[in-house]
Structures are given as C-alpha cells and as structure tokens.
Design a protein around this ligand. Structure first.
Ligand SMILES: Nc1ncnc2c1ncn2[C@@H]1O[C@H](COP(=O)(O)OP(=O)(O)O)[C@@H](O)[C@H]1O
Ligand SMILES: [Mg+2]
Length: 225
C-alpha cells in the first residue's frame, strides 16, 4: 500500500527532516509512528498524501510513484487518503453534520447518499445526537472525533493521523484509539504519529520509531521505547 525507497527530505534551511527512509506498509496495517518532537513524523505523513515531495528517493502509494503523479491527479489521490492533522480546522460556521458532509458535497455526491453516510459515521463515533450542534460547542475529544469522522466518511484506503490524542485525557484518548482500531478493522490502513507512550504500549501494534529523520526501529507489537 505504501512504500518508501531511500527517501530524503531536506528543507531549504538545510534541516534534514528525513534521511534514507525505507519502509513498506501493507494494506490493512495499523502503524504507530513514534519518536521525539522534531524527529520527522509529520514530514513522513505529509509525503504520503503528497503534501510535499521528497528531496530524493521514491514514495509509492497504492502503486503510484507520487513524484510522477500529475498535479491534476493529486485530488484523486487525496480522495483515497483521510487526514487528521492538528492544523486542519473544522468549519465553525456549519454544524456537525455539515462538517462531515462537506467533502462529499464537494465531489457532487447525491443528497440521499450523503445523509446515509454521514448519519452512519456520526452513529459510529457517538456524535449523532449532536449533529445539529456547532463544533465550537463540542469538547476537545468530540472535536477530535468529528475530525476523524470527516476524514473517513468517504471510506479512504489510508488514514493518516498526526497526534490525534495530543491534548486529551487518557480515557478520551483510549476512546479515540478504539475508534481508529474500528476504522482499521474495516480495512483502512491507519498510520498514527504519536508520542503518547501509554497509548502505544497498550495498543500492541506495529511501532516505527523515527529518530533524527531515520527509522531507528520497526517492531511488530512494539512498545514506545
Ligand atoms: N516547512 C519546513 N521548513 C523547514 N523546516 C521544517 C519544515 N517542516 C519541518 N521542519 C523541520 O524538520 C524537522 C522534522 O519536523 P517534523 O516532521 O515536523 O517532526 P515531528 O513531527 O516528528 O515533530 C524539524 O527539525 C522541523 O523543525
Ligand atoms: Mg509532528
């Protein structure tokens, strides 16, 4: 599903965010990306949805070499990849339902399908009773769940999440984790950057550790460190 071959990413300020990364993530896997702040986790995720291109090396997603992908085809790639990043804001002038419906409306999905898909995912994440609420009235955990709902409503092949349990209490964090496991069980490949040690250790999933831009370890049923 995702392969990186000798991937380097150097920013114009000469910072080497990634250094000779080689990885293979299979369809349906759940992978934690761990490592200290500044290690290169967010950069790693951005390369997968072509938020940026590598300086050197190849990123292959679902058989497509992203460096060769025409700009006009990037939206099609992005449709297959759900992203939950901390700087991806909710639409605060629309209610919960419309926040989830938005990406489906953009691609011209029929209203009946939108209703069905959005109600379905809102039920799953436990926010159906708040579908008419404005997101700014939701708790931090609920807003995070809403971001996840929005990312997966179109059944993407891949879900990328960047520190989704960042500012949440342990109970809410585990709630979010269970939701991500569920999405994974349904067939979506999930990659989650995290430095939540408790969460990673409890989850017993594959753990890829990045340190100073390099893959320092890669363990099945791994622990944080
Ligand atoms: N757009 C950018 N321009 C310059 N340096 C960047 C940029 N994005 C990230 N970096 C640097 O690259 C390194 C890796 O960053 P990042 O991938 O965000 O790490 P992490 O998500 O693990 O905290 C850091 O040193 C960071 O400061
Ligand atoms: Mg980061």
């Amino acid at each position: 599903m995702i392969r990186m071959f000798h991937v380097f990413k150097t920013f114009p300020n000469k910072i080497h965010a990634l250094w000779d990364v080689n990885i293979h993530i299979k369809k349906g896997e759940f992978v934690f990306l761990v490592g200290p702040t500044g290690a290169g986790k967010t950069t790693f995720l951005k390369l997968i949805y072509r938020g940026m291109l590598p300086s050197k090396g190849q990123v292959i997603v679902d058989g497509v070499n992203l460096a060769r992908l025409k700009t006009s085809l990037v939206p099609y790639l992005r449709r297959e990849i759900g992203v939950v990043f901390q700087d991806f804001k909710l639409l605060y002038d629309r209610n919960v339902f419309e926040n989830v419906a938005f990406s489906l409306r953009v691609v011209g999905t029929k209203n009946a399908i939108i209703r069905q898909e959005v109600n379905n995912i809102l039920n799953i994440i436990g926010l159906y009773h708040k579908k008419n609420t404005n997101p700014h009235l939701l708790s931090g955990g609920e807003q995070q769940k809403l971001c996840i709902a929005r990312a997966v409503v179109s059944h993407p092949l891949i879900l990328l999440t960047d520190e989704p349990t960042g500012n949440l209490d342990p109970e809410t964090s585990w709630d979010i984790m269970k939701l991500l496991f569920k999405i994974n069980i349904w067939g979506t490949t999930v990659i989650m950057a995290s430095h939540d040690k408790l969460m990673v250790d409890k989850a017993q999933k594959r753990v890829v550790r990045i340190e100073r831009g390099e893959v320092a370890s890669d363990t099945q049923k791994g622990i944080y460190s």
